[in-house]
Each structure stands twice: as C-alpha cells, then as structure tokens.
Design a protein around this ligand. Structure first.
Ligand code: ADP
Length: 421
C-alpha cells in the first residue's frame, strides 16, 4: 500500500479513487473507518470515505485521525487529505482543523493545499479560486446552504481555519516546473509557514506540483492534485508500468437494474433517454407516501422483467412534484421516505439475484450502500468522468458491481452506456 487517503465526503472519495486508477494505481474506497481487525484490501491506494465536510469540527477531526491511524497501520507511505475543488468549508473548519491535526500527527510541519481541477473548470491563480471565469465568491458557491464561500482568496480562507500560517506559491513559480515549486515550498516551510496554497491553472501544473511533493508526508487538495502522484511511485520503482491495468474488476454476471433517486436535471434527462430502450417504472411518492408500499409496487413490477437487460426504477420527479411532497411532509421526511424506499428496493433486488446496479443520486447512493452493508468499493474504469464501475464487497452476501452516480454527472445515455461498458 502506497497512498493512504482521507476524503471528507463519499462522492469526493470516488472522484479521487478514479483519478488514481486513471494513473494506473489499484484503488479501493472504504466506507467509513474500518475496524482494527478488518483486513487490509490489496491495493496501491486506499481511500477512506468520511462524512466530515459539514460535521461538527471535533467529530471531523476525530474521524480523520481515526482514518489516518488505520491507514498508517495498513502501511501507507504518503497521505492525502481530499476536500472539494470549491474548498467547501466555513471559518470554523473543517479543512484547516483536519489538516492541522494530520500535520501534527505526522510531525511534518508543512503541507501544500491545492483544490484546482482544470477539467472541472476550477483553477487557482494568485491564491484566488476561480470556477470557470468567476471568482469562487461570485460562482454561486456564496449561496451554498451549508458552506457558503464568500471569499475567493484561499490564503485568507485557510488562515482563518488554522492555528498555523499560510503562504503562497504563485503561478510564476509553478510555471517554472517541479524543481522551482519544490524550492518555493521548502522556503515557505523554513519561514515557518504551515501551509502553502499552490496556484494551478492546467493539468501540467498539477503534475508538476505532484512531482514537487514527492517526499511530502501529507498532501491536501482536490482530486486534481493527485494527478502527478502515480508517476512519483512509478519513478521510485514502487508501481508497475501504467499499462498494467489498475482498473480490472472481478467478473460479475447476473441480473441488472438502475435505481434513480436524484431529481437533478442530468438524471431526469438520462431517465428520459432510457425510456426508448429500457423498461422504466416510475414510482410516485406523492400518490403513495409510504416506503413499504412503494417497495411492494416496485418489486411486483420488476419481478417478471428482471434479466440481463437492466430495468429502471425511478422516484425522480420534476421540481414541482418534489416541492409538493416536501410541502406535505417536510423536506427531510420526504427525502427520507424516498431514500428508505429505494434502499429497500435495492436490498430486495439483490436478494432476487441482481448483481449489477446503477444508482443515481448522492444521498440515494449513501442510503443504498449502507442498506446493502457495503464495506469497500474496488474502483474500476470510468463510465463517464467521475463515475466508475466499482466492485462492492459486503459484510455479508455476494459481491456486486455498483456504479454510484452523483445526480448531475454523466451523459444523457449514461444508463445504457453503463451496461454496454
Ligand atoms: P443528487 O445527487 O441529484 O443531489 P440525491 O440522491 O443526493 O440526488 O438527492 C435527491 C433527494 O431527493 C433524495 O433525498 C431523494 O430521496 C429525494 N427524492 C427523490 N425523488 C423524490 C420525489 N419524487 N419527491 C421528493 N423527494 C424525492
């Protein structure tokens, strides 16, 4: 095991894992911190997925340290703290406090911080985070319900969250390549800075930053800055050639299904597109606001239709219908009703032999994974950017192939493409 990663949310963990797999590493995502006696999966990178982004600070720090200690005992040589490419956090945390705890536990005294992800239009210039051409605080992120980002200057943002001080490696240095970046970071560390925000505008910048951080105990950032890490391990002779195939998953045959609980625009159009080729069951929680009844309906519909060709079961609805249910039940109860129903349907489908399952929706995926008792996900090749097939190992029962899709991810033909892949 080479790289031990701690991710502050579930889909962010998958995003990072996918990046490492693309670089030829074998990656396994773990759902929460494993127990001390749990086996260490055979992989080059292990990514512990936490729910620490918006947790109370103390809890986020404790969970992150527990993940760190487990990963260190598992043999990790380098550590990566993954957060969102929009630096989602508040003045209380949790990026600063978690990074502080990790640098202290490692005794390394310094870490770089770089959320840039040019492929998703996130760049950092003169310490300022841009989303496309907009500064972070004008990108819509200033209105985020949990982590409103009202300052694009990451040196300032991180300074407010840490007991240490924060410097900058500016673009003019980054553009000169790995050696110049390494020198600048060493200089900042010698000045007593605990962190360096590092500018990055292109993938080539990220690769150079990764190379410059080869000997760092801890790297913090978005998944983008992990881009250069596989090459470091390869240069050190610790990782085989990129063509060795990090993405190979165990073969899984059997019945197939799609479950959709996302009401995001991309998912709605993916369901629309699927109707031309696949059978779709539209659940109507407004007409049947009862999880057990929805499960029974879905199973009665699916039973005669299950096969190698996937069936699609969707609770997804237009914003008007979602609002109507929320008005009747309350926002949280409406979400929970649908999540409970879809998780129950997933469980029943797996009991009936479904072994290949696509789930649309971040919260929905979380509910399904926890209901199915999934312990770890071995990450395979991407179906669309950010959404790989994975092989799920469970605490009990057969292994499954799962593709967990954040609502707005994937092309219009995602559900069809997933099973052709
Ligand atoms: P996304 O990734 O698109 O945000 P999520 O699964 O995270 O998708 O969130 C969608 C939420 O909407 C879930 O809590 C789900 O239970 C809820 N939901 C799905 N369908 C309906 C519906 N018809 N009415 C109300 N809420 C719904």
């Amino acid at each position: 095991m080479l790289l031990g990663c701690i991710a502050d949310d579930f889909t962010g963990a998958t995003d990072l894992a996918s990046m490492l797999v693309r670089g030829g590493m074998r990656a396994v995502q773990l759902i929460g911190v494993p127990g001390a006696d749990d086996p260490v999966p055979d992989a080059d990178a292990l990514i512990v997925a936490l729910k620490s982004r918006t947790a109370p600070v103390g809890e986020a720090v404790a969970d992150s340290l527990a993940a760190f200690h487990w990963l260190r005992a598992a043999g990790a040589r380098q550590f990566f703290f993954k957060y969102c490419s929009t630096f989602d956090s508040t003045d209380e945390g949790n990026i600063g406090p978690v990074a502080d705890a990790l640098t202290e536990a490692l005794g390394c005294g310094f870490a770089l911080a770089c959320p840039a992800f040019p492929a998703n239009a996130r760049s950092v210039y003169q310490g300022h985070l841009f989303v496309g051409s907009m500064l972070l605080n004008e990108s819509g992120m200033e209105n985020h319900p949990l982590t409103p980002m009202r300052d694009a200057n990451l040196v300032r943002v991180l300074s407010r969250q840490t007991t240490g001080t924060v410097g900058l490696v500016p673009f003019a240095t980054v553009a000169q390549g790995a050696q110049a970046i390494r020198r600048a970071m060493t200089g900042l560390k010698e000045q007593g800075r605990r962190y360096a925000i590092v500018d990055a505008v292109t993938d080539a910048d990220l690769v150079a930053i990764g190379e410059a951080a080869e000997s760092h105990a801890l790297i913090t950032g978005g998944s983008g800055v992990a881009m250069g890490l596989p090459a470091n391990f390869r240069r050190a002779g610790l990782l085989p050639d990129a063509s060795a195939g990090g993405a190979a998953l165990p073969e899984v045959g059997g019945l197939a299904a799609v479950l959709a609980g996302s009401c995001s625009r991309a998912t709605l159009s993916q369901i629309g597109r699927a109707r031309a080729e696949l059978e779709v069951c539209d659940l109507d929680p407004l007409a049947t606001p009862d999880a057990d009844a929805l499960i029974a309906q879905a199973l009665a519909w699916a039973a005669p239709r299950l096969g190698e060709t996937p069936v699609v079961i969707a609770a997804s609805a237009t914003p008007e219908r979602v609002a109507a249910l929320q008005e009747r039940m309350g926002r949280a109860a409406a979400g929970e009703l649908v999540e409970t129903a879809l998780a129950g349907i997933a469980d029943a489908l797996v009991a009936r032999g479904v072994r290949r399952l696509v789930v649309a929706g971040g919260e929905t995926s979380g509910a399904v994974v926890s209901r199915l008792g999934v312990r770890s996900l071995r990450i395979g090749a991407e179906i669309d950017p950010g959404v790989p097939w994975t092989y799920a190992e469970r605490t009990e029962g057969a292994g499954l192939k799962l593709a967990l899709k954040s609502g707005n991810f994937g092309a219009a033909d995602f559900f069809i493409k997933a099973f052709a892949a």
